[in-house]
Design a protein around this ligand. Structure first.
Ligand code: SF4
Length: 365
């Protein structure tokens, strides 16, 4: 199989190593760019959400590079995501591309379907083999996410923030050129050492901000205009409420009960939102409260324009912010989002929180 998949944050790094191990030829789609978005927008329904358009662009770029199979995840519930694979298949058929789709839906929706898709990908129906491979995939994804989180922590304290960015850029460059799990693990370990060698300024007292909202926008740097780096450069430690590791833990590893982290968030959201509203709308509300309880200084909700679940969550977050006296800012991104305006809003939010904290410290003092 010549297999490609859409970009979902840094998951492509672990995804490539995992598929290498399975013996597939991996066709990595180009990193998301203006060109990807133009191709995607041109071939997607106008009103559809931004992630859909980028997926379309990724698929077409992957197919043009020779891919004959697309691997993606699916879902159901009151959100457009469940329809993505169906509509994408139709669009690609209409464009004359003949590709096979392997769609991995959440286990809770149909265990047999999940197992069949996984078996198709792995080329085996042996449950032992499937479990072994799934564990390896999880380990790689987890290591990549931990590395990215470490870089967020180091960046907030680093004397030279650009050095951290360079280490991470080198990591991504080397990782896509590596082959298989062992090579990737070596690169991750080396990058971890490089990050730990970065000179820190111990006089910095970083703010802590949680990023909440729609999963794709949280994890995909092209869409969120590299929010983690931007905040890190403002001496902020950033934590993402959703990552590929957290998603897999909740939907696959902790099946059927769900991960402790996510179920805690559902409970926290309950006074404000009892039912699911699709996507991660309910988790967004729970995450805001979670970060408040964890002593964070504020949260930023990020969502693509027209994202139904997050629009619902946004309206609830106003109440949460008032009730908990907790700073929450919402950023909506789309094809037209400009870097300068985005940066100004981040700086203003960080400024506001710093002043608020100063005032509080003065009161306490
Ligand atoms: S969560 Fe929002 S952006 Fe994501 S697929 Fe659903 S509606 Fe679209």
């Amino acid at each position: 199989m010549k297999i490609t998949f859409p970009h979902l944050g840094n998951a492509y790094i672990a995804g490539k190593a995992f598929l290498d191990e399975l013996g597939h030829e991996v066709i990595l789609p180009a990193v998301n760019s203006r060109k990807t978005l133009e191709i995607g927008s041109k071939n997607s329904p106008d009103e559809i959400c931004l992630p859909f358009k980028l997926f379309t662009g990724n698929y077409i770029e992957g197919i043009e590079k020779g891919a004959d199979t697309i691997f993606t995840v699916g879902s159901c519930g009151p959100c457009r995501f469940g329809l993505y694979p169906l509509i994408h298949k139709q669009i690609l058929d209409d464009l004359g591309y003949s590709v096979n789709f392997i769609v991995l839906d959440a286990i809770r929706e149909d265990f047999l379907d999940f197992k069949n898709s996984l078996s198709q990908l792995l080329g085996t129906t042996s449950l032992i083999q499937v479990t072994k491979s799934a564990k390896l995939a999880f380990k790689l994804i987890n290591m990549t996410d931990n590395l990215s989180q470490l870089s967020n922590y180091i960046r907030a304290y680093a004397v030279n923030k650009k050095q951290v960015n360079k280490i991470m850029d080198d990591f991504y460059e080397n990782a896509v050129q590596s082959f298989g799990a062992n090579e990737l693990i070596n690169i991750i370990n080396k990058t971890t050492d490089n990050l730990r060698d970065v000179k820190l300024d111990k006089s910095i007292s970083p703010l802590k901000i949680g990023i909440i909202g729609e999963i794709y926008t949280i994890i995909e740097p092209y869409v969120n205009l590299e929010i983690e780096r931007k905040l890190g450069e403002l001496n902020v430690i950033v934590d993402k409420s959703l990552t590929p590791t957290k998603w897999l833990d909740h939907h696959v590893l902790s099946y059927p009960f769900g991960s402790k982290y996510e179920t805690t968030k559902f409970k926290l959201a309950k006074p404000y939102m009892v039912d699911m509203v699709g996507g991660h709308g309910r988790e967004t509300v729970g995450s805001a409260i979670y970060y408040k309880n964890m002593g964070y200084d504020g949260v930023i909700q990020i969502l693509p324009l027209n994202c139904m679940p997050e629009i619902v969550a946004k309206s609830v977050l106003k109440r949460v912010a008032q009730d908990l006296n907790f700073p929450i800012m919402t950023l909506v991104v789309d094809e037209m989002t400009g870097e300068a305006g985005f940066m100004t809003r981040l700086e203003a939010f960080v400024d506001l929180i710093s002043k608020r904290n100063e005032g509080r410290n003065t009161e306490i003092g």
